[in-house]
Design a protein around this ligand. Sequence first.
Ligand SMILES: *Cc1c(COP(=O)(O)O)cnc(C)c1O
Length: 404
Amino acid sequence: MSKDDHKPATRLVEAGRRKEWTTAPGKPGGVVNPPVWRSSTHLYEDVADLAKGRPNADGHFYYGRRGGPTQWALADALTGLEPGADGTELFPSGVAAIACTLLALLEPGDELLFTDNAYEPTRMIALGMLKRMGISARSFDPLDPKGFADAIGEKTKVVMLESPGSLTMEVCDIPILTAIAREHGVLSMVDNTWASPLGFASLQHGCDVSVMSLTKHVGGHSDLMMGSASAAKPVIERIRLQSQYMGQVVSPDDAALALRGLRTMGLRLEKTTSSALEISKWLEWRDEVSAVLCPMLPGAPGHDLWKRDFTGGCGLFSFVFRNADKKARERFIDALDLFGIGFSWGGYESLAIPVDPDRIRDHQAWPAGVDHGSGLGVRLAIGLEDPSDLIRDLECGFAAMENA
Ligand SMILES: *Cc1c(COP(=O)(O)O)cnc(C)c1O
């Protein structure tokens, strides 16, 4: 049985634990986890060895900026979890992974198309940094493949996808969009943070690059920032070179934390997915709520595509108030006790933030056909608490809305 035949749960346990990283040469036995190798200088055998240089890829001693065994173990683990990938580059944040990958794949004069529901900093990179470098960028409606096909021009080189999209959770038809892109010689990049490779095998659905914020599910404990980009050759080589030009490196301590998080990621995702489903089913019946935007919820927008293409979900979803004003929404969120107020998600603890997509959308603010009621939403990140406690907490929130 080859490693590639193992199911994801088994891969999460085995991933990145190569003998060469967990044993000492010539000594029997070994340790379970790749140790933390703190290092800047790597040593060469002799001058001839130094002169020979080392291959420009993970897994070779060279210099600390190209990582050491702890970072290689994490990169190797992530590559193993992403079917179709030949390598993974690590970055100090998810945003760094997105920015650096875009820089690797685009040149002045090129154009980027990005999904209108992209993570807000992705939009800022596209319309700010890239524009300044002579790379144009335009958004497209993720739910309109024909509009996407029409938007592709001579200069279009890369499309940036994200599914479900940030805040409003639209699930787009990635196989169709990536097929259209490929037909036009356009590379498809996906922000796969929400599903992770456990929930969505992005390269097998036509994407050329999968970027992730490891800060979320992989870290899993709100104590770590990191990002990754995984791809097949030759794309991963371009990303690796760009990353090296820009001196992107993550610390071995953080890499060890991320590896620790990875071991329980499957269990955490299963739990937060089932809790999110339970809570969204409860929210669906609340009079105060006009729509629940949770892809795992039968009947919710995007559920059919999610069911077709995804093998898992997570605890992150949004809902919209039927007729609240901003003050009432504020009272709702402030009244929550178990839900913290803050950015990020994917930790063990639940979070809530207000959602106002209109200010960062060029096309639809909310998914078409959704009763977006007041136009005021809340995004919930469901953690590992008991869902019945979270539901009671949300009940307090709804009660506080009435008490102006
Ligand atoms: C948080 C997030 C990022 C950015 O990751 P950081 O590690 O915070 O830089 C990128 N994409 C999505 C969808 C995110 O939610």
